[in-house]
Design a protein around this ligand. Structure first.
Ligand SMILES: Nc1ncnc2c1ncn2[C@@H]1O[C@H](COP(=O)(O)OP(=O)(O)OP(=O)(O)O)[C@@H](O)[C@H]1O
Length: 386
């Protein structure tokens, strides 16, 4: 059993001048046995510090970390059944690949040479590095070093893998190849894994669940689709998804959401969810807006003009400006809309943007908390790309 639990975990660094930095603030999350959890968030949000506390490389200021029910707080790193893979790979330069992989086992266990050899061979096979076992790290490419670092973690057969941006030094193509390979290996081995990245594509594609951090605080822990379609707040909504969700400041007037001349009527059901709030942030995903040249025929259709078209291959990112009737430029809202690559759209072209109410997200303007999300059920019935 290797369930990993973080219970109200905090980390405060005290600098020489007495200044307190709250790097991790009261984070609680349960990582199930065999689960692949990705910790994601912007630079400085506390991802690495969280991982280092789990590894025992950093003390815990407050709270408790448990592995398989056992409290880890005061255990030395080597007493924890955990293997960590770093961004820098951290291979020993004077050792061969075989020695690098075997080193941890020789140091920390009374395992016989035969079993060590067997484990190294099997991990090398899994990582496809059998031919490299006699080489030194300097004789390897970045991708190969990365495989050795992963192989070294696998050899240990730990209860938990911790990975800190392990793919970020690889080029884009190798990175996406390693993403799928790593996922497969983790699934085959069934080892509980906590993986840190600031790359939300990695988070979306690799994880069973994502834990989104901002400013040391856990914003949401959920499946990639939950975080994408049912974000807990505006931060998660804006962070997950590329291009990012479009946001619009609106006021509630009767059954309309308004920004100067922009009016967006909503249903009674939506009004109920809004309650007595008077200011909101309206959010809409780029792929949920549709563009046409038919003119505005419905109450959720808006006339606009294409600013820029960014071809992405199979689809285009189309930038539009919504004239909301305020000061030109200042109060206008810029939108990005994703359309299929076959749809002919060019800069300067007048278009009608349709913003379907079922896909609209609403957030409390003050707290940023979610007020209305599109539900996963709606996504399925709409047959939208997810
Ligand atoms: N040893 C330290 N002493 C003081 N402050 C620290 C220390 N380590 C981290 N911090 C601070 O704690 C906060 C969280 O840092 P952390 O490295 O965990 O963030 P991160 O999300 O991993 O960022 P990145 O993606 O840039 O690596 C930051 O404000 C950082 O400056």
């Amino acid at each position: 059993m290797a369930e990993l639990t973080l219970d109200n975990v905090s980390k405060v660094f005290v600098e020489d001048d007495g200044n307190h930095i709250v790097a991790v603030d009261d984070v609680s999350v349960d990582i199930r046995d065999g689960e692949f959890l990705v910790l994601v968030g912007p630079s400085g949000c506390g991802k690495s510090t969280t991982l280092r506390m789990i590894a025992g490389l950093e003390t815990i200021t407050d709270g408790e970390i448990r592995l398989g029910g056992e409290v880890m707080n005061d255990k030395e790193p080597k007493e924890r059944d955990i293997a960590m893979v770093f961004q820098s790979y951290a291979l020993y330069p004077h050792m061969t690949v075989r020695e690098n992989m075997a080193f941890g086992l020789e140091e920390s266990t009374s395992m016989g040479d035969d079993e060590i050899d067997e484990r190294v061979s099997s991990a090398a096979e899994m990582m496809g590095i059998e031919e490299l076992l006699g080489r030194k790290p300097r004789e390897l490419s970045g991708g190969q070093q990365q495989r050795v670092a992963l192989g070294r973690a696998i050899v240990r057969d730990p209860a938990v893998f911790l990975m800190d941006e392990p793919l970020s030094n690889l080029d884009a193509k190798l990175r996406s190849k390693m993403r799928t390979e790593l996922q497969r290996i983790q699934e085959d081995l069934g080892v509980t894994t906590v993986y840190v990245t600031h790359d939300q594509t990695e988070a979306m594609t690799m994880s069973d669940r994502i834990a989104v951090l901002d400013d040391g605080r856990l914003q949401q822990a959920g499946t990639p689709l939950e975080c994408y379609h049912e974000p807990a707040n505006e931060f998660v909504a804006g962070f997950i998804g590329d291009p990012s969700m479009n946001f619009f400041d609106v006021e509630v007037q009767g059954n309309q959401l308004r920004a100067a001349d922009f009016t967006y009527p909503v249903s009674d059901e939506t009004l109920q969810e809004i309650g007595d709030r008077t200011t909101l942030e309206l959010g809409i995903r780029p792929e949920d807006v549709t563009l046409s040249t038919d003119g505005a025929t419905g109450e959720h259709d808006f006339e606009t003009v294409v600013d820029v078209v960014e071809p992405m291959g199979d689809e285009n990112n189309v930038y539009l400006t919504f004239d909301t009737g305020g000061e030109p430029d200042e109060d206008d809202e810029t939108f990005v809309v994703t359309v299929g690559g076959m749809q002919q759209v060019e800069a300067g072209q007048p278009v009608t943007a349709h913003i379907p109410e079922e896909a609209v997200h609403l957030f409390d303007a003050k707290s940023g908390e979610s007020v209305k999300n599109r539900s996963l059920e709606q996504v399925e019935t709409l047959g939208k790309r997810v």
